[in-house]
Write a protein that binds this ligand. Sequence first.
Ligand code: 2AM
Ligand code: CA
Length: 269
Amino acid sequence: MDQQKKNEIFDHAKAWILEAGERIKSKIDSPRSIETKSNPNDLVTEMDQETEQFFAQKINETYQDHYLLGEEGFGDEIEDLGGTVWIVDPIDGTMNFVHQKRNFAISIGIYYEGVGEIGLIYNVMEETLYTARRGEGAYKNEHKLPMLDEERPLSESILALNTSWMIPENPHVEHQGMQDLVKKLRSTRSYGSAALEFAFVAEGLLDGYLTMTLMPWDYAAGSILVREVGGIVTRADREELDLLNKTTVLASRPNIHEEISTGYVRLKK
Ligand code: 2AM
Ligand code: CA
């Protein structure tokens, strides 16, 4: 992607994500209309939909040749990642948005010919904006994030993990390996927003994030951010991520990535 073009797109995305965040914040105490999607705990509100529509309108009027892949379906039917594709989650962590009125984020990943060029994650209530441009490092507001080059062992590491992966009946992963992993770690955390979990890995607050079912909009921005500080982001079996389908993800500091994926995570087919 041409550098000047990339900077222009970045500036637009940054302005729009801040504006969308301001709209959400101004209505945080308004009555909510809450519906469920794939299951009774998969929530969506009018704010998720309005925010995605806001991005759809901005992108359509400014970049007629760009595509939008959005969680709420106001974008395009995408079959491949040709051209410039904006991958947007208007509210990542909707359950937190509804129950806690905090700990949610807007996530935007911008891909050119399948390569992640720009990532933005906005922690709306804390007014913290994480940004990354490929090859230019990652930032938390105006502060450049350091590289993740510390060799911290697994026994001193904190891994973000959803507790549902610990249930013996879990269909995705063998339970014993996960138990052994949790025993080996210093501790686990679960924040309920994949985008923020990636941002915290990039920031070094978490040593890694392991999850079994993410959609492209949950990690499109976060994977760019983590890679820009030298972290590794793959499927949990170390294969390359597929940005068009649901996937497992392991994002971490470089020195524990292989140990977690080959030593502990045994996926069920
Ligand atoms: P969401 O709030 O945008 O739905 C919670 O652990 C994380 O998983 C959040 O980032 C949440 O994103 C995501 N998530 C929730 N339900 C999901 C589903 N059915 N498929 C994929 N990701 C999901
Ligand atoms: Ca969402």
